[in-house]
Design a protein around this ligand. Structure first.
Ligand SMILES: Cc1cc2nc3c(=O)[nH]c(=O)nc-3n(C[C@H](O)[C@H](O)[C@H](O)COP(=O)(O)OP(=O)(O)OC[C@H]3O[C@@H](n4cnc5c(N)ncnc54)[C@H](O)[C@@H]3O)c2cc1C
Length: 552
């Protein structure tokens, strides 16, 4: 059956003014896409001082992926930053939004159980959960007997244990998103539906660097210097209008809802062995999971709104088997409805968040890898990023650095000795360490990021950038810290002064590889913000580094 377990229309009161079609001509920030992420981003921007904020939606609020989400908010994810964003979301939906709107924001606290089949897996869950625990979330380690008491319908024979978190639960997507729009309206947020963004326009500054200038929509043009691309699966289409690559792919993701199962009401949500999730939906179960061979949707239609795909039952059968194994009652229960929708994923599993390294004022906010309900916290971080130039928490791994295209180097190393500390490598590694400590060793440090700063204002640029004065460092490399305007540390670097090709001063700065793109962008912003006449170039690929170290 293809009925959907949710009502697709959002119930609005007659006097609701949040969604008006009159398009303003100017804005401080335009947020594109009114799903879980865009609604929260726009609300936080309006609330935290982002000025005149406009949220544009090509169809209706939630009509992309959010409307049919399973809506589960877990207590922890594999990175600390994502765990924080989940917890911020929980606070928003269970406390802040109801207080601000005077209405329920769609939160249902059910508790979550992460079941583990092995001791190692339980250890791994506990490791990730310990961070949530440090932030005040109740986390309990359960053995099979305790699990059965908590959830009598569960088969625990093949389980080693579970991590239980009573404070987690689910959201109702429509109520959740409307709460942001309603609460945001009180801070001046203007939300416009049925208004597609068709193009971003950019202009060049005095250095020829790109900056957002306006957005063109179905209803006219809005002059703005900041946009946040929260268009979910459609984000790459918007990026393409200014040649901004959005690194994400769309896969079909599905779940089914069973007919009623006696005894399921009020039981916790289960993540079984990290593969399938099983959520009580009233007196039925909703279950779905992640395949090793998911179906790619390379050209998700731009007209797609409140849409779903047909189920691929062959592909889904692996989840049915797992569901029957974990809750045997599922085997004798029919399927009431199915949901199969588009979801965006990234290669490294982190969302695309933050300012584009090539276009000032263009912010990414897409591809949440089936965790987009953390959009509450993610929206708060994006709003901070737009307003203050950086998020509140460390999201350094959100916008990925350039990866090597081949792993030839790794293959070569494997022939000699592996990176793993296998027994046969111990003596080799020991000899290397002793040689370096007592004599001399040469390291190939070519993996470092290599940045060059040159131009008339190169001296002033490095003086503003680094804690140490490096304007007299010819023939020596010095260690220094690269700071931001709040005196926070952006990176630690090794730098020197050189004679530039054109005869002027040039500075050479080495930074950790993973931070090269981030540092280059940080320096470029500093140059732009102080209207300096200098430039920064990333020559990582062109230059090698040999590092000679040791007392001799
Ligand atoms: C079946 C399924 C179950 C899921 N279950 C969970 C879960 O339990 N927990 C969880 O955390 N996550 C879950 N997810 C993932 C989660 O639902 C998504 O990550 C999240 O909804 C994405 O929100 P978003 O705001 O990024 O995108 P969307 O909700 O897709 O919002 C993007 C919006 O942008 C609009 N738009 C696109 N182009 C334009 C344009 N040019 N101009 C204006 N507007 C535009 C679209 O119409 C859309 O409304 C699930 C996903 C699926 C498919």
């Amino acid at each position: 059956k293809k009925d959907v377990p949710y009502d697709t229309s959002i119930h609005r009161s007659k006097d609701e003014k949040s969604s008006s079609n009159k398009l303003p001509t100017e804005a401080d920030v335009v947020v594109i896409g009114a799903g879980s992420v865009g609604c929260s981003t726009a609300y936080h921007l309006a609330k935290l001082g982002g000025g005149k904020v406009i949220l544009l939606e090509k169809s209706r609020i939630t009509s992309g992926t959010t409307w049919h989400t399973a809506g589960i908010l877990w207590s922890f994810r594999s990175t600390e930053s994502e765990t924080i964003m989940q917890l911020q979301t929980r606070e928003l939906i269970s406390k802040i939004l109801p207080e601000e709107t005077g209405e329920d924001a769609g939160w249902l606290s059910t508790g979550t159980l992460n079941t583990a089949k092995t001791k190692d897996q339980l250890k791994n869950f506990l490791k990730h959960a310990s961070f949530a625990s440090a932030l005040g979330v109740d986390i309990f380690e359960l053995m099979p007997n305790d699990i059965s008491k908590l959830h009598p319908l569960l088969n625990t024979k093949d389980l080693y244990g579970a991590v239980y978190s009573p404070q987690c639960g689910t959201i109702d997507p429509a109520t959740y998103c409307m709460s942001y729009v309603k609460a945001g309206a009180k801070y001046g947020l203007k939300t416009i539906e049925n208004c597609s963004v068709n193009k971003i326009n950019v202009e060049s500054d005095y250095l020829g660097l790109k900056r957002v200038a306006s957005v063109e929509t179905d209803l006219g043009t809005i002059k703005t210097s900041n946009i946040v691309n929260c268009a979910g699966a459609w984000a790459p289409y918007i990026g393409k209008t200014i040649n901004e690559y959005v690194p994400q792919l769309v896969f079909k993701h599905c779940y089914v809802v069973t007919e009623p199962i006696e005894g399921i009401l009020g039981t916790p949500i289960i993540k079984d062995h990290g593969t399938i999730y099983m959520k009580p939906q009233g007196n039925a179960i909703q279950f779905g999971g992640y395949e090793f061979n998911p179906i790619l949707e390379p050209n998700v239609s731009t007209n797609f709104a409140f849409g779903l795909y047909d189920m691929d039952w062959d592909l889904f059968s692996v989840h049915s088997e797992s569901a029957v194994n974990r809750i045997p009652a599922v085997e004798k229960t029919g399927i009431h409805s199915t949901v199969n929708g588009p979801e965006s994923f990234t290669a490294d599993g982190h969302p695309n968040m933050g300012e584009s390294p090539t276009t000032r004022g263009y912010f990414h906010g897409s591809a949440f890898n089936s965790g987009g309900i953390m959009g509450g916290g993610a929206g708060r971080q994006l709003a901070h990023w737009v307003i203050h130039g950086k998020p509140e928490i460390n999201l350094a791994n959100s916008y990925d650095h350039k990866q090597h295209e081949t792993d030839h180097y790794c293959n070569e190393v494997e022939k000699d000795c592996t990176f793993e500390f296998a027994e046969k490598s111990h003596k080799l590694v020991g000899d290397e360490c002793r040689t370096c400590r007592n004599s001399v060793a040469v390291f190939d440090s070519s993996y470092m990021g290599k940045l060059y700063i040159s131009g008339k204002d190169a001296d002033e640029t490095v003086t503003k950038l680094l804690t140490r004065d490096i304007t007299n460092t010819e023939n020596q490399f010095v260690y220094s810290l690269m700071l931001n305007k709040d005196a926070g540390i952006e990176c630690d670097v090794v730098a020197t002064k050189m004679n530039g090709k054109s005869g002027g001063n040039e500075y050479y700065i080495t930074v950790p590889t993973a931070a090269a793109q981030h540092c280059r962008f940080h320096i470029q912003k500093l140059i732009q913000d102080h209207t300096l006449h200098s430039s920064v170039q990333d020559r990582t690929e062109e230059t090698s580094i040999l590092s000679v170290q040791g007392p001799k």
